[in-house]
Design a protein around this ligand. Sequence first.
Ligand code: 13P
Length: 259
Amino acid sequence: MADRKPLISGNWKMNHNHFEAIQMVQKLAYALSQNDYDVVDVSVHPPFTDLRSIQTVLESDDIPIALGAQNCHWEAKGAFTGEVAPGMLAKMNVSVVIVGHSERRELFGESDDEVNRKVKAVLANGMTPIMCCGETLEEREADGAVTKVKLQVLAGLAGLKAEQVAGLVIAYEPIWAIGTGMTATPEDAQEMCSAIRGVVRSKWGAEAAHGVRIQYGGSVKGANAPDLMGQSDIDGALVGGASLDADEFARIIGYRLVG
Ligand code: 13P
C-alpha cells in the first residue's frame, strides 16, 4: 500500500428507514475508535431520506464518519421530478457521492456520459465522487473485462484535470461479485485495480495515478477484507450487504487487526 489513506464505504442501497439508520450509525460509531479513524477513512451512504437524520447524529456526537450519498443529478436545479441536486447534498455536509454504480447503469440505464456529468457536478460542489466501474460475467469470460473497465474510467473521468483525478475515488466492482458471495480473488482484484491505475497514469500522469484511491467492491466481508486490502493497488472497499450489519462493517474497517 502506498501512502494513500484507505477509504472504506458502506453503500446501504435501498435499505434502512431513518429510524433504523440512526440506530445503525450509532452502533457503528460505538464499535469504532480513534485508532480506526487515524488510519482508515470511513463513509456511510444511506438513502436520501436518511441523510438529514444521520448528519445530525454525526455532527452532534462528533463522529468522524463521512456522510455519503448514493447518487445525484448533474444539474443544479430545475424540472427534474424525483431527482436530487448535488448542491442540496453539499448543503447537508455530504462529502462523498457514489456515481455510476452498476445498479444505476444496468437497472436505470445510466450512460457513461451521464456518469461523467455527475462526476463533474459532484466535484464542482466540493464533494468527492466515487466513480464505479466493473464488468459482467460474460465480459470477463470473453476476456473483455480490462477493456470495458478502462473505457468506463476514461469516459467517466473525461475532461477532468490531473489534480481533480488525484483527489477522487474509483470503485472497481465486478458485477458478478455484487451481492452474490462470489468475491474476486485478491490477485484478480489487484490486477484490475493496477490496470485502472495504469490508465490514470497514461491519461493524467504519475501524480494523479499516485493520488487516486481505488476501492474494490463485491461481497467484501470481515473475513476476506484483510487479503483484499493487502493488495498494493487496493485503497479501500465499497461494501454493500455487509455494511448493513454494524459489527460486520466494523470488522471490515478493522481489517488490519484480523489474523
Ligand atoms: P455487496 O457487498 O453486497 O456485494 O455489494 C457491493 C456493492 O455493490 C457496493 O456498492
